[in-house]
Design a protein around this ligand. Structure first.
Ligand code: AHR
Length: 624
């Protein structure tokens, strides 16, 4: 690999090249990054219908002692469903005596709540009753037999005759990764419940994000975050699309919605505000994808799209407006008086399809003109692919998605080599190796992606942003394989695709160095790139090379154009991602089988030859 290591002949890599794409898919947010432990906290999962879908709530007790019904008596206008619990037994009396453990309802959260000894939890719920209440609020083992934390709510009928918010702090005296919340009583009564929440006190920056999952995002040093989807933004039908106005304000007041694309209900605790907060906490530029009046199965024609345009403008004002503006004031009331730094929006997702979505271009132009008029500095991303021919409409970026087999993606490292150098830049916002090549996330897939990413890095004059998809999967609801971060209620691991991304954490804002790989390309499946960057007081040259083949390759590095020679080869480092079998995967029981191995780089200064093991990605950080 010949590298011209003089910064002067290099080219700056965009500051925002590598980021992440967060979609509410696979319970990435609800039951994942959003730390709320109760699932279906408002009993609203059936929409506004009576009876509603109260799953996964269940009853404790038999039909002679307790039953539940839903009604529309909630004090919250946008989510009227509440649960009425009729307790038929009593603690005293001669007949129908309640069992000593009480009767009531329980919520197992998202396939079990992670309750940990010594940790604190905030329970909040709304109650109403016609009689005095004596209610136990408990976190228990999954069968209810072991109590991990419990407090009582005791109130006179006169105090709870109207809806009343009760907050119950709990501290766990034991650990159970599959725990549940119980609301039980031994007192004959009618009690209504609504908006029941259990939040761990310990969340990232106190902002409600599950810490271990968020740390995995932080470790990628993402320069942007695209959200909230994906197909999640579109919906199968427009009525089930993500609509930001339904997701802001007090958590209790959010109606929640059913994602008919990914087939699950979300309470929308992770809403429009929280996504911007997440971006800010990550130090990443927010990229908001909004619905442009098109879903998978229906659409509004361009002549009728203005309400959607206004909704997008309002959503931008929510993020950027000052606290006196209509929507900026809603953001300020939620605790963030300063505007969020929103500079990128995407008009829809995968909607540039003339045959099935004939209104995309017309709708797009309405959004483009209205947004540029109100916010000239906002960069607008089109769904139409501009990599092979120029776009027929104005845009700052065009969205590019690719899911394919490993060898195909590896070879696509040259995909952008011949793309026009003028016009909007590419935003490769979704890429991954999928299908049988990837299984649930193996090394083969990751190496195909590594080759592709090296090509994107080298083409970063016209590729402005890159993110893998999907980011998260809860093992209990795999809607899409593979994914970068796999988790359940308490544990997680990164797939090899996650670790490949970690090789690019120094790239954004670095300098791309001219490099030429020579050798017999029919024998070797190797791609490489070279960058220079500054970190921790030192200047580095970083060579990254992927060996997609099954034989080891000796790579001779020839560095020219250095002001000084590489003086500290002995202090330099190498990092290798590989495994005995290219089909190997990490798992919850073996989460670190395939992770980068770091070591000092040992080689003579006059012969910079490095070994690329079979099926591997390596990086070599040479201290200048
Ligand atoms: O990443 C999963 C899905 O793939 C996204 O929702 C969609 O944009 C693409 O089809």
């Amino acid at each position: 690999l010949q590298v011209d290591a003089s910064n002067a002949s290099g080219r700056p890599i965009p500051e925002t090249l590598f980021g992440i794409f967060f979609e509410e898919i696979n319970h990435a947010g609800a039951g994942g990054l959003w730390a709320e432990l109760v699932s279906n906290r408002g009993f609203e999962a059936g929409g506004q219908n009576i009876p509603s879908n109260i799953w996964p709530w269940s009853i404790i007790g038999d039909e002679s002692s307790v039953y539940v019904v839903t009604d529309r008596s909630s004090c919250f206008e946008r989510n009227k469903i509440a649960l009425r619990m009729e307790v038929l037994c009593n603690s005293n009396g001669s007949s129908n005596v309640c069992p000593s453990e009480g009767v009531g309802v329980y919520n197992p959260g998202y396939w079990g709540m992670n309750i940990e000894e010594g940790k604190k939890y905030k329970v909040a719920l709304y109650v109403r009753s016609t009689a005095d209440i004596d209610l136990s609020v408990s976190l228990t083992s999954s069968d209810g037999l072991l109590t991990l934390a419990s407090e009582k709510i005791i109130a006179l009928a006169s105090d709870v005759s109207n809806w009343t918010k009760k907050e119950v702090p709990l501290e766990a005296n034991g650990t159970d990764h599959g725990a549940r919340l119980q609301l039980t009583t031994t007192k004959k009564s009618s009690i209504w419940f609504d908006q029941v929440s259990v939040m761990p006190v310990d969340t990232y920056k106190g902002h409600g994000f599950r810490k271990d999952l968020l740390q995995m995002m932080v470790n990628l040093k993402p320069r942007f975050i695209r959200f909230p989807g994906g197909c999640f933004v579109e919906g199968e039908w427009l009525r089930n699309a993500f609509r930001w106005k339904e997701t802001v304000g007090a958590w209790e007041e959010r109606p929640g919605h059913f994602s008919d694309v990914w087939n699950y209900w979300t309470d929308d605790g992770l809403g429009h505000f929280e996504f911007f907060q997440l971006a800010e906490d990550l130090g990443a530029a927010p990229i908001w994808v909004f619905n442009n009046g098109i879903s998978h199965k229906d659409h509004v024609e361009t002549a009728s799209v203005m309400p959607f345009v206004q909704e997008a403008l309002d959503g931008i004002e929510f993020a950027r407006g000052d606290s006196n503006s209509r929507w900026g004031s809603v953001r300020a009331a939620m605790g963030h008086p300063e505007p969020f730094e929103l500079k990128y929006v995407a008009v829809g997702n995968e909607d540039c399809d003339n045959d099935h979505k004939p209104y995309y271009r017309g709708n797009y132009l309405e959004f483009y003109n209205a947004i540029k008029n109100a916010y000239p500095d906002i960069k607008i991303i089109s769904n139409c692919d501009g990599s092979s021919e120029p776009l027929d409409h104005p845009a700052d970026y065009y969205d590019y998605h690719i899911y394919t087999l490993a060898m195909d993606l590896f070879k696509m490292s040259h995909n952008f080599d011949n793309t026009s150098r003028v016009g909007p830049k590419a935003f490769v916002s979704e890429y991954a190796v999928n299908s049988t090549d990837a299984n649930t996330g193996n090394l083969l897939a990751a190496l195909g992606e590594a080759g592709f990413l090296l090509g994107l890095e080298k083409n970063s004059d016209i590729v402005g942003m890159v993110s893998y998809a999907p980011l998260f999967v809860n093992t209990n609801d795999r809607r899409w394989n593979p994914d970068a971060i796999v988790f359940n209620s308490s544990h997680l691991y990164g797939t090899p695709s996650y670790w490949v991304q970690q090789f690019f954490t120094e790239s954004s804002g670095a300098t791309l160095l001219n490099s030429t790989l020579s050798g017999d390309s029919s024998s070797y499946l190797v791609e490489a790139s070279a960058i220079s960057f500054h970190a921790n007081g030192s200047d580095y040259i970083q060579i990254k090379a992927v060996n997609f083949g099954n034989e080891s390759v000796n790579l001779k590095l020839s560095l020219t154009g250095l002001d000084t020679s590489i003086t500290k080869v002995s202090g330099s480092k190498k990092k290798v991602l590989t495994s005995a079998n290219v089909m190997d995967e990490n798992s919850l029981s073996n989460p670190e089988m395939i992770v980068p191995q770091e070591s000092l780089l040992e080689m003579p200064e006059d012969d910079l030859t490095v070994v690329l093991p079979p099926h591997s990605l390596s990086s070599f950080d040479l201290v200048k």
